[in-house]
Write a new protein. Structure first.
Length: 358
């Protein structure tokens, strides 16, 4: 179930004082390993910049920029940065390992989301983007693989192609970065032209995928998109249609901001009277809640061999920095949300919305 794999023969076993125990994944910007360090309580996702571009000064600057951005990003829906080595060779960073399944795995396994889970997802994603946009950061690669579903909410990961809203002149090459099925046209034409509204476009594309099982441009080429072919919204639930359509507007000026999406989605979510994040259980089908809980309950490997600041760990969950499984506190399978939930979550969600200002 879990994503870790044994280290391969060519993989490093140490980085920045972290003992690397398992391989997690890789992409164009580097390779990610599961790691542990005695002075840090919990598992880390250690990303080592081992790209083919590793000897390029521009790419090294890009990685150091990513570290600076992540230092600013910690929020409700993003993981904490433990440590980094932006000037090391190769450069690296270590973030808190989020022990949760990716959204794309849940949809592939259990099918498209209904209206309530879709509003919950829209609310969390929009809040995450509002958080990072308020700090002057763009994500530029929001997609289901980079969205993790925890027992108490969601986390957005992989800011490997993040960029400051003000820009810094590092993205000097016209090469495309991102996932074309989720990228706005202006991003496809030039990654340097991406704005906060480009992230909102990606949010809309994710909502199409999660409610229909396909992307809005699955059946057309990039050139057809750039010539004006509209997104395919067939099958998007009617309550979400207007919001999704606005997020996918070809002209960025007609797209809402992330904060507007957040407020709109949260208003709809409160109609269902469910939490955006709560230990009482996710507003998802029971089989998905079970899957998320089972994933969280699976012990992270090698923890018993690691010493934390409080001494040697003696059990698979000691020192993880994560709660034990909350299966006993979850909603009964198939339960409805009672009147108490209506009152409680209407009030709490509105307070959360209002905390962002009007």
């Amino acid at each position: 179930m879990a994503p870790w794999q044994p280290l391969r023969g060519s993989d490093p076993t140490e980085c920045g004082g972290f003992r690397l125990t398992h391989f997690l994944g890789e992409g164009g910007f580097g390779t990610v390993f599961l790691g542990f360090r005695p002075d840090i309580a919990g598992a880390a996702a250690v990303k080592i910049f081992m790209s083919e571009y590793g000897n390029s000064d521009i790419w090294r600057q890009r990685f150091r920029r990513e570290i600076k951005l992540i230092e600013k990003m910690a929020g409700v829906h993003t993981a904490d940065l433990f440590d980094s080595g932006g000037h090391d060779s190769p450069p690296w960073l270590a973030m808190r390992y989020v022990h949760a399944p990716p959204l794309h795995r849940l949809v592939h396994q259990y099918g498209a989301f209904d209206v309530l889970p879709a509003w919950w997802l829209a609310t969390g994603l929009a809040e995450a983007l509002a958080e990072i946009h308020a700090k002057g950061i763009l994500h530029r690669d929001l997609k289901p693989q980079n969205i993790l579903v925890e027992q108490t909410g969601l986390k957005i990961i992989d800011f490997g192609i993040s960029r400051s809203v003000t820009g810094d002149g590092i993205t000097a090459e016209p090469k495309f970065f991102g996932s074309d099925q989720y990228c706005a046209n202006e991003h496809l034409l030039d990654p340097r032209a991406a704005t906060e509204k480009s992230d909102v476009f990606a949010l809309g594309a994710v909502l199409v995928w999660v409610t229909t099982g396909r992307t809005p441009f699955q059946d057309c080429t990039v050139m057809e998109r750039l010539k004006g072919m509209p997104p395919d919204l067939d099958g998007v639930p009617e309550p979400l249609y207007e919001l999704v359509e606005s997020c996918l507007a070809n002209d960025p000026k007609y797209r809402p901001t992330a904060l507007t999406v957040f407020r709109t989605a949260l208003d709809h979510l409160t109609d269902f009277a469910v939490p955006l994040a709560s230990s009482a259980g996710l507003p998802l089908p029971a089989e998905i809640r079970d899957y998320v809980e089972d994933w969280a309950a699976e012990p992270i490997p090698a923890l018993a061999l690691v010493t934390t600041g409080g001494g040697s760990s003696t059990g698979s969950e000691v020192g993880t920095g994560m709660p034990r499984s909350t299966r006993g506190d979850s909603l009964p399978k198939g339960a409805d949300f009672s009147t108490d939930w209506v009152t409680r979550w209407h009030d709490a969600a509105r307070r959360r919305r209002d905390s962002y200002g009007r």
